[in-house]
Ligand binder design. Structure first.
Ligand SMILES: [Zn+2]
Length: 381
């Protein structure tokens, strides 16, 4: 039997709280309860060890697209985000022609079957023309349950989430269909009222796609979807914590209102994440990335982010001053639970996959381990 590895001396964030002189024992691909006598000890004094990050909503990175690329592209994007601590990623498609989306889902399903991605998120085409963001208006459609079903079937059991404007004709029936199939129905790119949003939640919606972005603002006579999504215990709200998509006070409002157990940090990243400024495609749409901010060439709408979850983590702790344990909940445990994968990932416990991130005292990433193997080796700096 291969010797186990003991990561020692770090501050380790566990489900029970932070252990100041904690240990994580890695045996093969898993976390173990006890070390073998000949275990190799890695001294991580002065560092943090936290669970690997889980991204529910991500369109690509490293110059490669999950929304339009081939399998090689997708793997390149996955690898880029892994180096930034995301050990589990859901690949997000964007609005496209239904036949294209079904074919693309077939390819992504193979990667999910191999364990390279955790599944598929369809963001569009069933979204509101009033809140289309960077999606191609020509290709938007009402959420006809038969068409929603077509995409879910094309994903061969690997569809994890569909973002819908639930107020459109067929919206509530589509939410029910998704819930019955164990696929997350996410309210987003929506023009729904407060009351319409409550109906969607009652029908089975459980996630808010990037809360605040691509939905009506909160008004005192028209509280809108934001109020409904924040106040209902059944909803987990996605937040893009890159300093561009949200004012820091909006992030605080969401955290205080929903509580750390109902927030999921996502990147909504596009190809430029971990890559650089320039011209890109987001699905069929041309995007210009300048100073790390992605905008449509036509109209200037914000078009995904260039965020990686290590940056979201650092920002949440150092700028937003959130407790590290709350950030771990939002970036690992909560998304793992939503994906139905909490028995394997999302926290550092014996028996779970050895997916973890090593951060230095400034919360900069220095190590990433996935399934027991270093993706970024902290010893090599
Ligand atoms: Zn997105």
């Amino acid at each position: 039997m291969a010797p186990s590895t003991v990561l020692a001396g770090a501050r380790v964030v566990l489900p029970s709280g932070t252990a100041d002189d904690g240990r994580v024992i890695v045996d093969g691909t898993r976390i173990a309860g006890t070390a073998s006598p000949d275990a190799e000890v890695v001294d991580l004094s002065g560092h943090w060890v936290v669970p690997g990050f889980v991204d529910l909503h991500n369109h690509g990175g490293g110059g490669a697209s999950f929304a339009g690329g081939d399998a090689e592209d997708v793997l390149k994007g996955v690898e880029t985000h892994r180096r930034h601590g995301t050990t589990t990623v859901v690949a997000s498609a964007v609005t496209g022609d239904l036949d294209f989306l079904a074919r693309h889902a077939g390819m992504l399903a193979e990667l999910a079957q191999q364990g390279d991605i955790a599944g598929i998120h369809f963001e569009g085409p069933f979204i509101s023309p009033c809140r289309k963001g960077a999606h191609d208006e020509q290709l938007l459609r009402d959420p006809d349950p038969a068409e929603v079903r077509k995409l879910v079937d094309a994903a061969h059991g690997h569809a994890k989430m569909v973002t819908l404007a639930t107020e459109l004709p067929g919206g509530l029936d589509s939410v029910r269909l998704l819930a019955e199939h164990g696929v997350i129905a996410a309210v987003g790119h929506t023009d729904a009222t407060y009351e319409q949003t409550l109906q969607a939640i009652d029908a089975g919606a459980t996630v808010a796609t990037h809360l605040f972005n691509a939905m009506p603002p909160l008004g005192h006579r028209a509280p809108g979807p934001i109020t409904a999504l924040l106040e209902d215990e059944r909803i987990t709200v996605e937040l893009i914590n890159d300093g561009t998509h949200l004012h820091p006070a909006a992030l605080q409002l969401a955290f205080h209102h929903a509580g750390a157990a109902r927030v999921a940090f996502i990147t909504d990243a596009m190809d430029a994440a971990g890559f650089g400024d320039g011209r890109y495609l987001l699905g069929p749409m041309e995007v210009e990335v300048s100073d790390g901010v992605a905008r449509l060439v036509e109209g200037g709408s914000i078009a995904g982010s260039t965020l990686t979850l290590d940056r979201a983590f650092k920002r949440a702790v150092t700028v937003d001053r959130l407790p590290v344990e709350d950030v771990v909940a939002a970036i690992s445990a909560n998304p793992a639970r939503l994906l139905g994968m909490a028995d394997r990932i999302g926290s550092l416990e014996p028996g779970k996959d050895a997916d973890l991130v090593v951060l230095d005292a400034d919360f900069d990433l220095v190590g990433v381990m996935r399934r027991g193997a270093w993706v970024v080796d902290p010893q090599l700096g």
